[in-house]
Design a binder for this molecule. Structure first.
Ligand code: FDA
Length: 303
């Protein structure tokens, strides 16, 4: 049943017609609980509030299915505007973005040019930029582009998904690169990705240990308290300094726990999505945790 609902929401997440309609609906269906605002101003206010509570942030301007060069250029310009807002609002925040939104499916060269523009400005402002990892169809290209960009920019990193069989190999190969480690959010074939939760959890903890023991900056992005407790014990046991890693969770999820982790003296960053193109993001969150459906539909009637 759980697998069926996961597949259902992942299927919906790719529906372009619903995606289009959702942009017109505005932030409804409970999405406003997990999306921090429809525009940059609202997002910056949310970031400011989170900062005041001790949470660092990373902003993600939501967007999927970019098919025109102009859309990709507009997305890059919006990232530049976001960087300026981070500086103007004086908030503790970096940037997360997706290569498909910057034109990866249209023209790889354009996508790299867009990334270079963003990284140039981000470097001038001393802001880190994280390339989110998308589905496996984009995995190799994302790693290739990251490696190319890292030759010129040190303020860029990416994400490795623990459900991939190759995850530990890739983490080893990316020694020294700041990585966000996650379980993985997309529906992938058994040929490339583990399907069982226990195996994914085990590999997740495995790659976290590899990157930390390699002395590389590690963002542990999970709402899983079991993993978080294991990481806390591991870093204590191995004397891993607290400035070598941070925990991350999504905006609107386990808010109490986010604050508790900060209170315990760990670095913590909230991933703050915003914008009108919230549909695909929201559906993937529903796929991960069907319990979110309850509050999603409550949101529909309490707008
Ligand atoms: P999982 O969903 O496996 O939950 C484990 C357990 O934790 C549950 O059984 C439950 O007990 C508890 N739990 C989880 N959520 C809870 C809640 N809301 N309330 C109470 N208990 C809860 N993926 C990707 O493919 N590419 C990417 O770039 C990113 N980026 C990213 C950034 C950040 C900051 C986060 C937190 C996540 C991502 N992800 C991602 C998503 C990630 O791959 C994964 O799909 C989700 O985080 C869900 O897995 P979890 O590790 O959170 O635990």
């Amino acid at each position: 049943m759980k697998q069926a609902s996961r597949n259902f929401f992942l299927f919906l997440s790719k529906n372009k017609t619903l995606n289009k309609s959702a942009k017109r609906w505005g932030l409804s269906l409970g999405a406003s609980k997990v999306v921090a605002g429809a525009d940059l101003k609202e997002a910056m206010e949310s970031v400011r509030k989170l900062n005041q509570e001790g949470l660092m942030c990373t902003l993600d301007h939501l967007g999927e299915f970019v098919t025109e060069k102009q859309e990709a250029k507009d997305a890059a310009d919006y990232s530049l505007k976001t960087l300026e807002a981070i500086v103007n609002y004086e908030v503790d925040c970096n940037l997360s973005l997706k290569l498909t939104k910057l034109g990866l499916d249209i023209d790889r060269k354009l996508c790299i040019q867009n990334m270079e523009k963003i990284l140039e400005k981000a470097a001038a402002y001393d802001i880190f930029v994280r390339i989110d990892m998308e589905d496996y169809a984009h995995y190799e290209q994302t790693l290739d582009i990251l490696k190319q960009l890292r030759k010129k920019y040190s303020n860029v990193g990416t994400v490795i998904q623990a459900y991939l069989y190759r995850a530990s190999q890739d983490v080893e190969a990316l020694k020294g690169v700041p990585l966000r480690l996650v379980k993985g959010a997309y529906k992938e074939s058994p040929a490339v990705a583990m399907q069982e939760k226990a195996a994914i959890d085990e590999n997740f903890f495995n790659i976290i240990q590899i990157h930390l023991l390699n002395g590389s900056y590690t963002a542990i992005a999970t709402h899983d308290h079991v993993i978080i407790e294991k990481v806390k014990a591991f870093v204590t046991q191995h004397n891993i300094p607290r400035d070598l890693f941070e925990f991350q969770m999504l905006y609107g999820f386990r808010t109490e726990m986010q604050l508790q982790i900060v209170k315990e003296g760990y670095l913590f960053r909230t991933y703050v999505p915003f914008g009108k193109d919230w549909y695909g993001y929201f559906m993937r969150r529903l796929a991960e945790r069907p319990q979110n459906v309850a509050f999603a539909f409550k949101g529909l009637f309490s707008k």
